[in-house]
Design a protein around this ligand. Structure first.
Ligand code: GLC
Ligand code: CA
Length: 563
């Protein structure tokens, strides 16, 4: 079947536990989602990506799945999901689910069987290895660390073997080299596609093929020393081709999550008619204030951010399609990182303009569209995310408590997982009872209800941006070109298609910035399409975090795009 036109679309991401509680138990669910579908459609997006909604013991909040073909009882039932799906489709929204197949929960029936012994039908569903012995001492098969907690191997006395877990202990990695496991995956895909789901966001999909020998990794890279041996592995393409064949039958779209994948490698998955993925969630643009992970913090550098933006824009031009995002459930809130909480509205709107008009399909994470910011919890005990808790207890332990906690405020995924702020009333309108996780105390000011009424709000700016993107051929399919790449506080890029040229000007500064049109633009010929300040400014000066979007006739713009 033919694919739908994902390139002109944009998607809204739901991390359900914190989205909307429809049945009054403090936990977001599909009843809440159903009630908010009109709101989502009103943003001007064309689809929803659901982070996992399946049964899960929640060691990693849904990314540890114990049943691939059902709905978590906290979130509703299959019947309720079908209702949501139908209503979403009725509103013109596509629905994409998270396909998490690198690992399952350790409570998945496959794993419960697999751990029992070496000769049952599920024995080879996971990656089991014998211990290494040093005299009498039992050691794991290699020196890999897991990304979330401690070593990547857990001993199972029943089998007398270790199992591999690249993430948390309770997330054993599946053995994708076993053809039966791949058949299971295809069965799961068909189950949801037959129901009418439109595609998948595929969790750490570049990790599913491991190096057959599982060699030792580089010892001094905590958390990721095994990466070269489980990322982009030898059979990855072959397996992705198998899954692609299923997706093709349905015209389903596949978006792969690929941590630390260089753009060159990405192109091998993304290019051509026989590409195995339609888009990729890359991590380069999340690294403008850190190294490898947010837990290793650096001051924000716009130069780094621009380099990442332009690298992907240029490398994929004419060959592949970008997934654009600044937030999701794995990263702290972007205003708190790349913007300014002091210039909350200005930086929240400017950041929207900085990425929504690039070439690609934008993803907007729940709460991003109202400018939600990082929460600062009083103690580590209040955090829920396994990787944050582990990072607190394992790294920089010599530092004083307050400093360590401040680092968690800055870098934790939980900063982006607080309940969605629907209104200024109790519990931010998320629930009628105490929610499962702390509400950000800024909800009386930052919430949907208040922002609906304010034409200048972040919420309404997102709407304007999405509308503008849809209305312009240049923004949808034009070439990308960056200007003044070395300016440390200014990001300026152009999109051009035939006679239309759109210039986006973004100040990343809390102070006024001087600016001028790049050489070759005819002065005074630009039409202002969008600005994040209500009043007109002074020519040549950008106010704090100001964003301008200008339209030119290509004949009034410099020749020779793309640069
Ligand atoms: C992906 C998910 C993240 C999860 C991890 C393990 O990175 O986005 O939330 O913890 O994979 O499944
Ligand atoms: Ca609920």
């Amino acid at each position: 079947m033919e694919q739908f036109d994902f390139r002109s679309m944009s998607f809204y991401q739901i991390w359900i536990r914190s989205f909307a509680d429809g049945n009054g138990d403090g936990i977001g669910d599909l009843y809440g989602v159903y009630d908010k579908l009109e709101y989502i459609a009103s943003l001007g997006v064309d689809g929803i990506w659901f982070s996992p909604i399946y049964p899960s013991p929640n060691a990693d909040y849904g990314y540890d799945i114990s049943d691939y073909r059902n709905i978590h009882p906290d979130y509703g039932t299959l019947e309720q999901f079908r209702k949501v799906l139908d209503r979403a489709h009725g509103l013109g929204l596509k629905v994409i689910l998270d396909l998490v197949i690198n690992h399952t929960s350790d409570m998945h029936p496959w794993f419960l069987e697999s751990r029992k012994g070496r000769d049952n039908p599920y024995s080879d569903y996971y990656i089991w290895r014998d211990p290494k012995w040093k005299g009498e001492t039992r050691l794991p098969p290699n020196n890999w660390f897991s990304q979330f907690e401690g070593l990547a191997w857990e001993y199972c006395p029943e089998r007398g073997q270790y199992y591999l877990h690249v993430f948390a202990k309770k997330q054993p990695d599946l053995n994708m080299d076993n053809p039966r496991v791949r058949e299971e995956v295809k069965g799961v895909m068909r189950f949801w596609l037959d129901m009418g789901v439109d595609g998948f966001r595929e969790d750490v999909i570049t990790y599913i093929s491991k190096h057959p020998q599982l060699p030792d990794g580089i010892p001094f890279l905590p958390g990721i020393n095994g990466l070269p041996f489980y990322k982009d592995g030898p059979n990855l393409m072959a397996y992705l081709r198998e899954f692609r064949a299923v997706a093709r039958e349905y015209g389903a779209v596949q978006i792969g999550e690929a941590p630390m994948t260089p753009v060159k490698t990405a192109l091998t998955y993304l290019t051509g008619e026989d590409r195995v993925l339609d888009m990729m969630i890359q991590f380069d643009t999340m690294m403008a204030d850190c190294i490898v992970t947010e837990y290793v913090h650096l001051p924000f550098s716009l130069i780094r951010l621009k380099r990442a933006f332009s690298k992907w824009q240029k490398a994929l031009a004419g060959k592949a399609w970008n997934a654009l995002y600044l937030e999701n459930h794995d990263h702290p809130r972007v205003i708190s990182r790349y913007g300014s909480e002091r210039f909350w509205r200005e930086s929240g709107t400017m950041l929207a303009a900085a990425y929504l008009f690039q070439q690609g399909t934008p993803f907007i994470y729940q709460g991003q569209e109202i400018g939600m910011t990082n929460i600062r919890l009083g103690s580590i005990e209040e955090y829920k995310d396994v990787s944050s808790i582990n990072a607190y207890h394992r790294f920089f332990t010599h530092r004083p408590k307050e400093k360590r906690l401040r680092r968690i405020h800055q870098s934790s995924r939980d900063s982006a997982r607080t309940p969605m702020q629907w209104s200024g009333s109790g519990f931010a309108g998320f629930s009628t009872v105490q929610p499962w996780f702390a509400v950000n105390p800024n909800y009386p000011a930052v919430n949907v209800e208040t922002e609906e009424k304010d034409p200048q709000s972040i919420l309404n700016f997102y709407r304007k941006c999405l509308r503008l993107r849809k209305s312009s051929a240049a923004l949808l399919k034009g070439d990308y070109r960056e200007y003044c790449p070395l300016r440390r506080r200014l990001y300026m890029y152009e999109r051009r298609y035939r006679s239309e040229c759109v210039l986006v000007v973004c100040s990343f500064s809390a102070r006024e910035q001087a600016w001028r049109l790049p050489k070759g633009f005819a002065k005074g010929s630009g039409v202002l399409l969008l600005c994040n300040y209500p009043e007109e400014g002074v020519p040549g000066r950008l106010r704090p975090y100001e964003a301008l979007v200008l339209r030119f006739r290509a004949s009034d713009a410099p020749a020779g795009c793309p640069g």
